[in-house]
Ligand binder design. Structure first.
Ligand code: ADP
Ligand code: MG
Length: 382
């Protein structure tokens, strides 16, 4: 059953009636620009075909009922009971009502049925998908007229202030603002965006996602130390953020840092920002081989300078490159998760097979592999 039908049916089971509408918001994958967001830098995600679907209808008694088709669970609360918490999957949704009301928007209760095929915890932003789909639905149902970037910010407030997960704006901006056939260039300081053509199919190319299924339990701690390193380096260099150091001045400035570790962290962030700008230019020039080179360089920088890769993602990248990918890199916070490989359509299957074989031969679990094309951002289904 397709997910739109699944949520329609679940909504009917919950309420005995039809919903007022069905909304969709996608997961995202970051094409390039890793650990640049908290350095006021650049990122370039695109929306996945995988998405969260939500059937929704208003209630006038302040009650919120949510059924998750995927988890087979129903949760019920009411508007006056909303308090920031991290008590489960429903916080990502209850928190949206809270964030909207804190911002002064007059939203009432609702019945909601949710289903999503964004893999959970794979770094493809299943959390932003479910936040953004609900922001979208409530914005439409109550005629709130909130602009797209402001909708993304409200979804982020849900995750930061209600659920308590300290994430940047990229995930929610991508889920809300992306358009089909484009990547979204986002300047994390100015919040300016550009839709950058990423028409892979027209060039006979595709992006293969390889979910290594490796999840690192210390990723949160490592993330915090990388952030602290960047803040320290920026302070020592006398800039507001590492965004303010250019590639041209990098070699002159690095000796000012007291140790090799801070120098390497800085070099990753500064060169990665430049790679995002170069990737943007490459896409505008229709130069996909150049994009591939930049992706591979990004991976090397994450591996050698930022030290956030691990053997499974390195193996996936090396195997993809050895089997005809134009470029490949880990995407997401690090220490596992997904790799994306840019490859000619007729090489994709061979790459997936080669990676699967390499993983089996080294005693690893078989990775999940799937092809993605840049999909549309959040919206209401017709
Ligand atoms: P991700 O990288 O997938 O965003 P997060 O840890 O940020 O990982 O968010 C995953 C959490 O989002 C899940 O643990 C769950 O609480 C919630 N979630 C995501 N998708 C669903 C879903 N389909 N149904 C219920 N909860 C979901
Ligand atoms: Mg998330």
């Amino acid at each position: 059953m397709t997910l739109d039908l699944a949520v329609l049916e679940a909504y009917h089971d919950l309420t005995g009636a039809a919903p007022e509408g069905i909304w969709r918001a996608p997961g995202r994958i970051n094409l390039i620009g890793e650990h640049t967001d908290y350095n006021d830098g650049f990122v370039m995600p695109f929306a996945l075909p995988q998405a969260a679907y939500l059937a929704a209808g208003r209630r006038d008694d302040g009650v919120i009922r949510i059924v998750s088709v995927d988890l087979g669970e129903t949760f019920e609360t009411s508007l006056h009971e909303l308090r920031p918490n991290h008590d489960g999957w429903h916080a990502y949704l209850a928190g949206v009502f809270w964030a909207l009301r804190e911002a002064g928007h007059d939203v009432g209760g609702a019945d909601l049925a949710l289903a999503s095929d964004v893999p959970i915890g794979a770094g493809l932003s299943s959390s932003a998908a479910i936040e953004c789909v609900l922001v979208e639905a409530l914005n439409d149902l109550h005629g709130l007229g909130i602009a797209p970037m402001a909708r993304a910010k409200l979804a982020r407030i849900t995750e930061n202030a209600y659920v308590g997960a300290p994430t940047g704006l990229m995930d929610q901006a991508a889920s809300t603002l992306c358009t089909e056939g484009h990547a979204l260039f986002l300047d994390c300081r100015s919040l300016q965006v550009q839709q950058v053509p990423l028409d892979l199919a027209a060039h006979g190319q595709a992006i293969l996602v390889i979910d290594t299924l490796t999840r690192h339990s210390h990723a949160g701690g490592e993330y915090a130390t990388r952030r602290a390193d960047c803040e320290q380096a920026a302070r020592l260099l006398g800039v507001a953020a590492l965004r303010d150091v250019s590639v041209d001045e990098l070699n002159r400035r690095l000796p000012e840092l007291p140790d090799e570790r801070l120098a390497r962290r800085t070099r990753h962030v500064v060169t990665e920002n430049q790679r995002v700008l170069s990737a943007c230019a490459a896409l505008r020039a229709d130069d996909l081989p150049r994009l591939g080179q930049l992706m591979t360089a990004s991976h090397a920088s994450m591996r050698d300078d930022y030290e956030i890769t691990e053997p499974s993602v390195d193996l996936a990248v090396e195997t993809a490159l050895a089997n005809g990918a134009l470029g490949a890199r880990m995407t997401g916070g690090g220490f596992g998760g997904c790799v994306l490989a840019l490859a000619p359509l007729d090489r994709v299957e061979a790459i997936a097979t080669a990676v699967t074989t390499a993983f089996s031969e080294s005693g690893r679990n078989v990775p999940a592999t799937f092809v993605v094309l840049p999909a549309a951002g959040a919206g209401r289904l017709a």
